[in-house]
Design a protein around this ligand. Structure first.
Ligand code: ADP
Length: 393
């Protein structure tokens, strides 16, 4: 089946046309900085041909018109059979859902669970219905793979009634990626999925690590929202909640200010004072920028510390998997993280790590030490498969 996979954000829309039969990406693209005079449109075809242009795309609706125009120009529109939307928060839904009025209403009702993402997703459903009215639409949730976490892992140490009345619990995110990495690691290591024990580290602008016990999620670093856990591009990750009370009392910060501080001004960006992007942090660090060095140190230390925490959910560790833009591309982050995890026996093989495990099926750890492997993630493929499954009923 050919599926149009959509990831609608507040100022960007990503799309990919995936063929579930051949597992190929036929075409893809991203429309960024929607609402500005210089929105960027990038498209890529299967043959590697890439095109970039800048023009004013005022609204999400205009972005969908651009996608439709591109698909028509490539003669792809008629072959697409369904749409799969990436949705960050599923709330009570732990399985992919066909988008009906009821599903849309529920996902709108939990907007407060993911205020940065959820309204944009709903706008994505609505625009997709306008531009591709004949196609069945499916929502695939980042939270779904984490449904298997036991209650000891998903409950917070606050009064139980907040879980019962308001569903305040840990949900976990990046589920499609952690799921893909689990399947792929099982294949590469030739271990049946039901028997594999892993820590999967998805490190991108947002980052999370999951403990996979016998192929299922046993714990993960993100929680009620994607703010918990690791230090990220602009997100703080976990911190002592009393800091919020202190900032309120001392500086008069209200909720809106605190939200912005922790979601947009913290993480690598807040620590370095200049960049949220790991590639830029590494360049600045190499050029002697002390604050970039601090951001790198904290990122890798927190990552190791959180891995050290969730690994306790496993009976044994078959491999530590690195993925996402940072995990797949930064030999320095991987090396420092493994060094921080020396207690678990990890040791980097420098030559393997430098080429991201290209000649060793992803393996970057030294011979005879616990396995660390690099696996490029493919969330779009998982969303396409899920969409096909729901459409087939
Ligand atoms: P998203 O979470 O938005 O999907 P990605 O998974 O694409 O993001 O990851 C983006 C991150 O990956 C950025 O911090 C970027 O700097 C980092 N990154 C990409 N390429 C490299 C590289 N060669 N070296 C280090 N970091 C990289």
């Amino acid at each position: 089946m050919r599926v149009l996979v959509l990831n609608s954000g507040s100022s960007s829309v990503k799309f990919a046309v995936i063929d579930t039969h051949s597992k190929e990406e036929i075409a893809s693209g991203i429309i960024e900085s929607i609402g500005s005079e210089t929105s960027a449109v990038t498209t890529k075809l299967k043959n590697g041909e890439k095109q970039k242009s800048a023009r004013a795309i005022k609204t999400i609706k205009d972005a969908f018109a651009v996608i439709q125009e591109f698909l028509r120009a490539q003669n792809l529109d008629a072959s697409i059979e369904a749409i799969g939307h990436r949705v960050v928060h599923g709330g009570k839904y732990f399985k992919s859902q066909k988008i009906t009025a009821e599903v849309k209403e529920y996902l709108t009702s939990i907007e407060l669970f993911a205020p940065l993402h959820q309204p944009a997703h709903v706008a994505g459903f609505e625009n997709a219905a306008v531009f591709f009215p004949k196609l069945t639409q499916v929502a695939v949730f980042d939270t779904a793979f984490h449904q298997t976490m036991p209650r000891k892992a998903f409950l917070y140490g606050i009064p139980y009634k907040y879980y019962e009345d308001l569903q305040i619990r840990r949900y976990g995110f990046h589920g499609t990626s952690h799921y893909y990495l689990t399947q792929e690691a099982a294949k590469r290591l030739k271990i049946p999925v039901e028997e594999i024990n892993l820590v999967t580290a998805h490190l991108g602008n947002g980052s999370s690590a999951s403990a996979i016990r016998n192929g299922k999620c046993a714990d993960t670093t993100m929680g009620f929202t994607p703010l918990e856990g690791l230090v990220m591009g602009t997100r703080s990750g976990s911190l002592d909640p009393a800091i919020l009370f202190f900032l309120h009392d001392k500086l008069g910060y209200d909720m809106k200010r605190l939200d912005k501080l922790l979601n947009k001004e913290s993480g690598l960006f807040g620590l370095s004072g200049s960049a949220s992007d790991m590639r830029a942090i590494l360049e600045k660090r190499a050029a002697g920028d002390e604050r970039a060095a601090i951001a790198f140190e904290v990122f890798c230390y927190r990552l190791a510390r959180e891995i050290g925490g969730i690994v306790m959910a496993l009976p044994r560790l078959d491999a530590l998997v690195f993925s996402g833009g940072i995990g797949e591309n930064s030999a320095e982050v991987r090396k420092q993280t493994l060094e921080n995890l020396a207690l678990l026996g990890f040791k980097t093989d420098e030559a393997r790590n430098e080429i991201h495990g290209k000649n060793t099926n992803g393996v970057i750890s030294a011979e005879g030490t616990p396995l660390a492997i690099v696996i490029p993630t493919n969330e779009e493929l998982v969303i396409a498969f899920e969409t096909e499954k729901v459409v087939a009923g």
